[in-house]
Design a binder for this molecule. Structure first.
Ligand SMILES: [Zn+2]
Length: 431
């Protein structure tokens, strides 16, 4: 395998150069899916779409959107290669329903390696680094495998610890001296607690960077959120957010400027759309809609991720001109309506976590009066003394008051870890 040690030039060129290159790849993709994907063949036939008449990005952006429901319902129809050519079988994390199958060809695994190599290079990591993987590589999970392949691609070393097992994590850190951890960020405070309780000199450990997966580290203004601050106030490490999903098979990763995750222009075409389907302006939030570039087994055209992120189009101080995405502030279907205003769970999380740490609460949403959403915060009753403080915080930052309910640890744990869910839930939707 050739070692990749520099980030591709294209992402530092002007946006018109990038768009021209992307348009060519989009045209190739449309020809490819119109010949190989049962789903898109049917979709284009039903809508009288002729791929040879797509000449510009404007033309492309008139094509129908693909939804998560389409992908779930016609799952195998998206597959463009024979099953016998599938190299790796994965499923989505199933955060919002039954996991959807995703298939990778051998070429897709090479693409995945390239994608994750770019992700690592974007954080400033390289072949001299040693990584410690604290997420799972199995359980039909794409991300762990992608990290492994990408780290091989940049010529670095990896310790495959997997999740949990704090004593083993520290044993590996002290023994193999990793410089970069790849982890779910809410795990890091536990790691620090253990080090403090066991006399481990974590402040002088080999760890310099933590690449974070699955949970946001920043708020809508791109400042560290409560979790990010909780880590950085105790441990002098650089934190990097990533945004990715199985369906897009691509990661948006922060550079050292920490101003949102960069779009790798060779691998994905990004649109961020408002309620009416128009592209949002710089700094505004919208739904992330992606088109995969260079995917062979299960390419997606104008796929609605359901994730709502802020979109940033101005060039970054790192020199890249590619658009960036802020943290996921909510899922499209998690948008809450209270007294005529809309609010995303992330705003509530941020207010709650000023008082209650992340694992000790959960949001429960039900339908209230006059089609308002009723928001309940269920909290571990060991924090009951903080109720007053929390009320004050919530009132001042949200201008509305969710219901507070204290409950025992077991009830909370059951809600957070239902069966078949890979990461703990923070949001239970009963609407
Ligand atoms: Zn940058």
């Amino acid at each position: 395998m050739n070692v990749l040690n520099t980030y591709p030039e294209i992402d530092f060129k002007t946006s018109s150069v990038i768009q021209t290159a992307q348009l060519e790849k989009l045209k190739q993709l449309l020809y490819y899916v119109s010949e190989n994907s049962t789903y898109y063949k049917n979709l284009f036939a039903e809508n009288s779409i002729h791929v040879h008449s797509i000449h510009s990005l404007e033309d492309f952006q008139k094509l129908p959107l693909t939804t998560k429901a389409d992908l779930a319902q016609y799952n195998e129809d998206f597959l463009c290669i024979p099953l016998s050519d599938v190299a790796d079988f994965t499923t989505t994390s199933g955060t919002t329903g039954r996991p959807i199958a995703s298939y990778q060809s051998r070429a897709d695994l090479d693409r995945l390696a390239y994608n994750e190599a770019l992700s690592m290079l974007c954080t400033g990591a390289g072949s001299e680094d040693v990584f410690q993987l604290m997420t799972t590589i199995d359980k039909r999970f794409m991300a762990g495998l992608a990290y492994y392949l990408g780290i091989q691609k940049i010529g670095a070393g990896i310790v495959r610890n997997g999740p949990g097992g704090i004593p083993l994590q520290w044993d590996s850190i002290l023994r193999f001296k990793p410089t970069v951890l790849i982890a779910i960020p809410s795990f890091i405070p536990d790691l620090i607690d253990y080090a403090e309780q066991n006399g481990i000199d974590y402040k002088n450990s080999s760890v310099q960077k933590i690449i974070c997966i699955g949970q946001p580290l920043r708020n809508e203004q791109l400042e560290l959120n409560e979790l990010g601050k909780a880590i950085c106030s105790r441990w002098n490490v650089e934190l990097y957010s990533t945004y990715a999903s199985t369906e897009m098979a691509t990661a948006f990763t922060e550079c050292q400027a920490g101003k949102g995750g960069h779009m790798p222009s060779e691998l994905i075409f990004l649109e961020v759309l408002d309620e009416k389907g128009n592209h949002v302006k710089n700094g505004e939030p919208g739904e992330v809609v992606i088109t995969t570039l260079g995917v062979e087994a299960m390419p997606l055209v104008r796929y609605k991720t359901g994730d709502v992120c802020h979109y940033f189009s101005e060039p970054c101080s790192c020199g890249r001109t590619t658009p960036r995405l802020g943290p996921v502030i909510g899922r499209k279907n998690q948008m809450l309506k209270v007294k005529g205003t809309t609010i995303f769970p992330s705003a509530i999380y941020d207010a709650v976590e000023k008082v209650i740490p992340e694992p000790d609460y959960i949001l429960e949403i039900s339908l209230g009066d006059y089609s308002n959403d009723h928001i309940t915060i269920l909290i571990d009753n060991k924090h009951i003394a903080k109720a007053e403080n929390l009320s004050v915080r919530l009132k001042s930052s949200l201008r509305m008051m969710p219901e507070l309910k204290f409950t025992d640890k077991q009830t909370l744990r059951k809600l957070k870890f239902p069966e078949d869910v890979r990461k703990p839930l923070k949001f239970v939707d009963k609407r």
